[in-house]
Design a protein around this ligand. Structure first.
Ligand code: FAD
Length: 640
């Protein structure tokens, strides 16, 4: 979507929600290494959760990373559901090359360009008959593609270093806007007053478009000093003095960077800026802290669906997804990428493809301390799941994203289930008619009501599955599906194999939407294969073949069951009745314990009998030796 449309939509929603939330955009750069690219993929996943209005990807004026920039924009739109803006510099590119890049951007569905002159790289030279200034690029884009692209340009609150004069710099900035730019993003600055003065001057000379402050959070001392050396940016004395004091403590520097940034942004928001552009430097956590610090996290409820829809044209009709891929959305999009349309009738499994293990491994190299920790017993696996639930481990093979404990509180019941060797991989809370503008679980804009059934999904050991199924069956108001890795043993009470809606919403004047479902065929034929594969490709394979860790993980894959349970009672609150699903699990644990106790008692009894028989035999032999004859039943009686 174009910038102008995105801003208009944001403002409309603000009006409907009676909110004055500002929007924010994130700037990222294309990494040079394979590891950097993988890191960016994970960061994009995380940054997407912060609901930026747009994400922009920088452009190497030397041309080295240009195809990467285009590719990242495409992936961010397709896999992460983000709107993107491609930076494009003109100074060392021919008109033909620029034409090709613009065409390629259009074909990839990219609708926004940050039009820049760029700087000629060391050893490089200006191309013949090329474009000299950003204004020429703006004109070039408009002449070729008219209104197709939203265009942004760069502005310099502290004047561009090559400018003839501050007045001339502003004059040329106005030229860029008059040539067709929709918005200005500023160079970084560290004194809000400088930006506000610049904005005022722009208004005075008749620039009417949005002027957005570019904010660079200080993330490391060395990075900061390097960056400020290259630019003519003025750094207030308080900042340099404080930084000098803490420069050897990385954590303190980040804390200071976040706090300074929040303080600056608060001041700018108070003065009426409508958006904030953050130079993220491909980081997530400091950016998340800044957004939280500005209380802007609530933006989550602005998304149309509980999951993020791709921004590419083909997937715009997508309105429904299975719950299974909630925490692996990229994988789901990958799987369904060949679909031409997204009607419900394609739900019955046929459209899904299994991701090749090789691609899967490449796509999700699971980074976590667990990966390298040796596994000596099932207890180590239990501990891993427990540590994840407590937020101490950031990811599991089934969940790349860290748990958000505000949205997904890990109650005692959940922790207790994990302690009881229930390896939880997905949980959805129960919602009964909450407002669609609810800041934690809302979606779809204002005016609606959201309903949701509690859903849990977990792996369980094979010797426990029959009793579990018995208890689930007896519970009355639960639906369950369970399968082993090859699908040779299946348990379910959904005999009609109905697709069960587990999230639905009602909006005024619209038909009910049902964006999240449990599809038994999809679970059986597609998701369970992927979920079991993850034990192998995302965990077992990090260990040497034949080691204890490797064997334990292989055995889990080969023998365990994957179970999902839908709690149909979405009405009763926890105070009226205990959550059905956890109550049922508890019943299962109690029954299992009783059975185990009975078994132990029986074993002790049999051992005692064996002991008595052995003693009788010895006694009999001794009596025989002594030539004493006593009837056998009287010996038994004595022993008893
Ligand atoms: P211009 O607008 O062309 O201005 C450059 C200089 O020329 C100024 O001094 C101006 O006063 C003067 N000038 C402008 N028009 C005329 C004219 N018609 N006649 C005479 N003089 C004129 N660089 C990258 O390589 N890749 C990126 O992805 C990138 N992203 C950026 C993002 C932002 C938000 C910003 C602020 C900068 C970014 N840059 C990037 C840096 C940018 O390329 C440099 O600052 C570059 O030196 C100027 O680019 P510009 O588009 O502002 O140039």
């Amino acid at each position: 979507m174009k910038l102008t449309e995105l801003i208009a939509r944001h403002n409309e929603l603000n009006q409907a929600l009676q909110s004055d939330e500002v929007w924010y955009s994130f700037e990222l750069f294309p990494p040079k290494t394979e590891r950097g690219r993988e890191n960016l993929r994970i960061k994009l996943n995380q940054l997407a959760e912060l609901e930026p209005l747009i994400v922009d990807i920088t452009w190497g004026a030397g041309g080295s990373s240009n195809t990467t920039s285009l590719r990242i924009c495409k992936r961010a739109q397709q896999l992460h559901g983000l709107n993107t803006m491609l930076h494009l510099t003109c100074v060392s590119m021919t008109r033909e090359e620029l034409k090709q890049v613009l065409q390629s951007a259009k074909e990839k569905g990219i609708q926004n360009i940050l039009a820049l002159r760029g700087d000629i790289p060391k050893g490089g030279k200006k191309v013949d008959n090329g474009l000299n200034h950003a204004v020429d690029l703006v004109k070039f884009i408009r002449s070729l593609h008219e209104d197709y692209f939203g265009i942004c340009v760069a502005g310099y609150p502290e004047v561009h270093e090559e400018a003839e004069s501050p007045e001339k710099d502003l004059f040329y900035l106005k030229q860029k806007v008059d040539a067709g730019a929709d918005m200005i993003i500023s160079q970084m600055f560290f004194d809000p007053k400088i930006f506000l003065d610049f904005k005022n001057k722009c208004r005075e000379i008749g620039i009417k478009c949005p002027i957005i402050p570019g904010i660079m959070p200080i993330m490391s001392y060395s990075g900061f000093t390097r960056m400020t050396k290259f630019t003519t940016v003025n750094v207030p004395k308080e900042i340099t003095e404080e930084l000098e004091k803490i420069k050897d403590d990385k954590i303190k520097v980040i804390d200071f960077g976040v706090n300074t940034c929040v303080k600056m942004c608060k001041e700018l928001i108070k003065e009426g800026v409508e958006g904030i552009h953050i130079y993220c430097l491909n980081q997530f956590r400091p950016v998340e802290r800044i957004i939280k610090g500005l209380s802007l996290r609530s933006s989550r409820y602005r998304r149309p669906y509980p999951w993020r829809r791709s921004t590419i044209q083909k997937r715009r009709g997508e309105t429904i997804r299975p719950v299974f891929w909630t925490f692996r959305p990229e994988s789901y999009i990958y799987l369904t990428n060949k679909w031409k349309t997204f009607p419900k009738k394609e739900w019955n499994g046929t459209g899904f493809r299994r991701i090749k293990p090789k691609i899967l491994k490449k796509m999700h190299p699971w980074k976590s301390p667990v990966r390298t920790k040796q596994i000596n017993s099932i207890d180590d696996i239990v501990k891993t799941f427990k540590d994840f639930a407590k937020g101490e481990i950031y990811s599991l093979p089934w969940r790349e994203r860290r748990l958000n404990l505000t949205i997904e509180p890990m109650t005692e019941k959940i922790i207790s289930a994990i302690q009881n060797r229930i390896f939880l991989i997905n949980i959805q809370p129960r919602l009964n008619g909450i407002l669609s503008k609810n800041q934690l679980h809302g979606f779809g804009g204002p005016g609606g009501y959201i309903y949701q059934k509690r859903y849990i999904e977990f792996f369980i050991a094979p010797e426990r599955i029959k009793l579990l199924v018995q208890v689930l069956k007896a519970s009355g108001n639960l639906h369950y599906h369970a399968t082993n890795c090859d699908g040779s043993v299946v348990y379910t009470n959904n005999t009609e194999r109905d697709v069960i809606s587990i999230t639905w919403a009602v909006f005024p004047g619209k038909s009910i939407i049902q964006p999240v479902v449990v599809d038994p065929d999809c679970f059986q034929n597609v998701w369970s294969k992927e979920a079991f594969d993850l034990w192998i490709y995302q965990w077992r394979d990090f260990f040497l073949e034949g080691t204890k860790s490797w064997k334990i993980l292989q055995e889990i894959h080969d023998t365990y069951f994957l179970v999902n349970v839908v709690d149909n009672d979405f009405i009763h609150s926890s105070s009226q009745t205990e959550y059905n699903v956890y109550k049922t699990l508890n019943t299962f644990f109690i029954k299992e314990k009783k059975l185990q106790e009975k078994k132990i008692k029986e074993q002790i009894h049999f051992k005692n009998l064996e002991k008595i028989e052995k003693e009788n035999k010895i006694l009999k032999e001794k009596l025989k030796e002594l030539g004493i004859k006593i009837p056998l039943n009287s010996i038994k009686k004595e022993n008893k």
